[in-house]
Design a binder for this molecule. Structure first.
Ligand code: PEP
Ligand code: MG
Length: 748
């Protein structure tokens, strides 16, 4: 084709716009489009394949192939060259299709006579909607200009599909955003919720993908980029007093906004006939496709910046703000690509019933907040932000990690039955609130709750927790943009102690590093952050913040009991140094005339296997020890707690792990050191029973788990549980879970 690809593609786009404006049915439009493209590109064949379901592509229109094959020829993603384009979201360009690896012959289409093949993905914002193909008999590769021109056309087709231009009969031509859709992601926080979608960042709709007058569009694009640059400059000016790191983020943003190549690519898109908005979206789509393929987290972050800039530019161009005027539903389920803890806290606990994220991780800040709020959270629900519309009906099954968008009646009924059953169980648990977790053998297990926000504290009364076994103080640090002041912290800790009304609260000192990165702390470039400079290691190396926090705790406790615990202690010396820091601060506060706590306990978290083998003197000196099972398990099995693929391989009830827990219990028994377990596993009823059977008598968990755990403990005899475990251990089993479950099923 095309010696002059620019004007040719412009002409083609203009004719596409006319097709769009025609008042014809979706199928007729598609038929016209393929004919237009084939003649414009001088190729014998042009075909459009669209998805009929998540896995299957369907030939929806063709010029040149057998018309009988339309809506009959189907292929799975990855199957044949068309399937390969869809899977990789990248063009396939070959002079000899039948000889190309992966080619699959579809006899009903009559395509065997065509040699050259060019397929490009039809994609919108990183979502592939189908594949656009041109084929011809002559054996030749398509030129770079031709590939580019077809990509531009595919972009317009994607926009037209989004606007409902191809609605017709059959699944492949069904109306977009109306069908039920299921998203399978990861479990961030268990629980179920029903409500309506609230998009954290509402989608910008591009209604005019094709330029009427490219010169006007070019001016619009340049003006919008200027406005964007101006607003970033203004933000940087205002940011004068900001932390250095914050400035660096803004500066990186500005650098992108000033990138010549970014603007150049968009200008070329406009020159080839796209509107300014469509050009921005085309580059955004490309950035998203790259983002999905880039393994380096730093580069991914930068591509994310670019994505964010594109959104700002789109809002400027379309005049569609973040605030669409829509009102947030009362039963809002927040749907977002990702969200930081500060933004989440802005919505408030009462504002949201559930959260579904396209990214995120179990240990992310959002997950920690959602867990604290006890609302279901699903992570890694791929594609949901492009499919969901504000106000869509949605059901969130946090127990399975599944979100049902626009569910059909069968799903609604089944889901509501599940919610009703859970509500009944909750009533049963509420009835046990004031009862002890006393097993049939007479042993009593103390159940405490994990917390981290002031908003968690009412649960202390409603859950029946005997105290706060873990107060994660980093949440206060994560939820703001600067280091909190000592006075502020002291006031917060005092409120926590007031709310606890004399019940024990274990304050864990700042546990940052690894996945918990403070917005105002320079991220460390470490090869293995989970094994890196984190928690007490930071506290001891840079003692300023830790000492300030200890002072705040001492002042908050004034005259009351203070319980402090240090995270991630890996050797005795670290505990000694931390203990000395507390004693130093107590002396200092006394000298300054502050009232000291009435009693102080200084504990250590056992989160690394090394501490289990620490000298006896450590066990004698520590006032108490709490097993941080989330970290301990990851280090015991060398399996990243954030990496579902490896995390799931190792059962908590694995014989080696339980035996290890038993040894820690025994060491603490020898020195009469109080021991508890505060990782997530303590909140799983079967695991909790097994830990208790191994001798643990204090467990700390999220408040919602206290009822289910207590209910099961009260039904079992721990001596019997121990016999079952020992028998399974003796049998050479890898995990005792099977034996324990069989035994539990025999209970009345
Ligand atoms: C743990 O590691 O088990 C723990 C309680 O701490 P966190 O989950 O905050 O790392
Ligand atoms: Mg930990």
């Amino acid at each position: 084709m095309a010696r002059d690809p620019e004007s040719q593609s412009r002409r083609l786009l203009r004719r596409l716009r006319e097709t769009m404006a025609e008042d014809s049915a979706g199928q007729a439009r598609l038929d016209r489009i393929v004919a237009l493209i084939a003649s414009s590109m001088g190729s014998e064949v042009c075909s459009i394949y669209l998805f009929r379901d998540a896995e299957t592509l369907e030939l929806c229109a063709t010029e040149g192939l057998n018309p009988e094959a339309v809506h009959q020829t189907r292929m799975r993603v990855g199957e044949g060259l068309v399937g390969r384009v869809a899977r990789r979201a990248q063009p396939v360009n070959t002079a000899d299709a039948p000889a190309t690896r992966g080619f699959r012959y579809m006899p009903e289409t009559g395509e065997e006579v065509y040699s050259s093949f060019l397929g490009v993905p039809v994609q919108r914002l990183g979502e592939t909607l189908g594949v656009l193909v041109v084929q011809s008999k002559t054996k030749r590769e398509f030129t770079a200009d031709e590939v580019y021109a077809l990509e531009v056309v595919a972009m317009v087709i994607a926009e037209m599909a989004e606007l409902g231009a191809f609605v017709g009969e059959g699944a492949a031509l069904s109306v977009r955003h109306k069908q039920p859709a299921m998203f399978r992601g990861g479990i961030g926080q268990e629980g179920t919720a029903e409500g309506h979608v609230w998009l954290h960042e509402p989608r910008v709709m591009v209604t005019n993908p094709i330029a009427e007058d490219p010169d006007v569009e070019l001016d619009r694009l340049r003006d919008a980029v200027e406005t964007l640059r101006g607003s970033l400059d203004a933000m940087l000016d205002d940011a004068g007093a900001l932390e250095k790191d914050h400035r660096e983020v803004l500066e990186a943003y500005r650098m992108f906004a000033q990138s010549r190549s970014w603007l150049k690519r968009m200008e070329a898109d406009v020159a080839s006939g796209l509107s300014a908005e469509a050009a921005v979206e085309k580059e955004q789509s490309a950035a998203r496709a790259r983002m999905a393929a880039v393994p380096d987290p730093y580069l991914r972050e930068r591509l994310h910046d670019l994505d964010d800039l594109s959104n700002r530019l789109l809002r400027t161009l379309t005049g569609q703000g973040k605030d669409t005027g829509a009102e947030m539903p009362k039963d809002a389920i927040l749907v977002a690509r990702n969200i930081g803890p500060g933004e989440l806290l802005d919505y408030g606990r009462t504002g949201l019933r559930g959260i579904v994220l396209e990214q995120g991780s179990v240990g992310s800040h959002a997950a920690i907040v959602a867990r604290a709020w006890a609302i279901p959270l699903i992570i890694n629900a791929e594609g949901i932000t492009t499919e969901a519309l504000n106000g869509d009906h949605i059901m969130v099954d946090g127990d399975q990690g599944v979100a049902h968008l626009r569910p059909d009646d069968t799903v609604v009924t089944a889901f509501r039955d599940k919610i009703a059953m859970q509500a009944k169980a909750q009533e049963r648990y509420a009835g046990l609130r004031d009862q002890p977790a006393e097993a049939r053998c007479g042993s009593v297990v103390e159940l405490h709750m994990n917390a981290g926000l002031i908003a968690d504290l009412p649960s202390l009364g409603t859950s029946g927790a005997e105290g706060v076994g873990l107060f994660r103080t980093e949440l206060q640090f994560l939820a703001r943009s600067t280091v909190p002041k000592r006075g502020e912290l002291a006031a917060i800790y005092a409120r926590v102690l007031d709310a606890a009304g004399g019940k024990r609260v274990v304050f864990r000192t700042l546990d940052i590093g690894s996945d918990k990165v403070l917005p105002y702390m320079k991220p460390q470039d470490e090869p293995n952050p989970a094994l890196g400079w984190r928690a007490i290691r930071v506290g001891l190396d840079k003692p300023g913040v830790m000492r300030m926090q200890l002072q705040a705790l001492i002042r908050a406790a004034a005259g009351r009991r203070l319980t402090v615990m240090f995270p991630f202690v890996a050797q005795f010396d670290e505990y000694k140094a931390a203990r000395t820091a507390v004693l130093d601060e107590l002396n200092r506060e006394e000298r300054l005339g502050h009232i000291l706590p009435e009693h102080v306990e200084i504990g250590a978290m056992l989160e690394t296997p090394s501490l289990a083998f620490a000298p006896r003197q450590f066990y004698e000196m520590a006032d108490f020890i709490s097993i941080g099972g989330n970290d301990l398990k990851q280090f015991f099995f060398a399996a990243d707690r954030e990496n579902e693929r490896v995390r799931r391989r190792y059962d908590t009830l694995n014989v080696s792990y339980l035996t290890f827990i038993e040894q820690i219990v025994e060491r603490c028994r020898q020195t009469a050191t109080p021991l508890s377990f505060c990782g997530e596993d303590a909140g799983r009823p079967v695991e909790a029973v097994c830990f208790a059977a191994m001798g643990l008598r204090t467990l700390s968990m999220r408040p919602a788990s206290i009822g289910p755990v207590k209910s099961l403990i009260r039904r079992v005899n721990l001596d019997e549980a121990r016999r079952v475990i020992d028998k399974a251990r003796g049998s050479g089993a890898q995990s005792v879970r099977g034996a324990v479950m069989d035994w539990l099923r025999t209970l009345s």
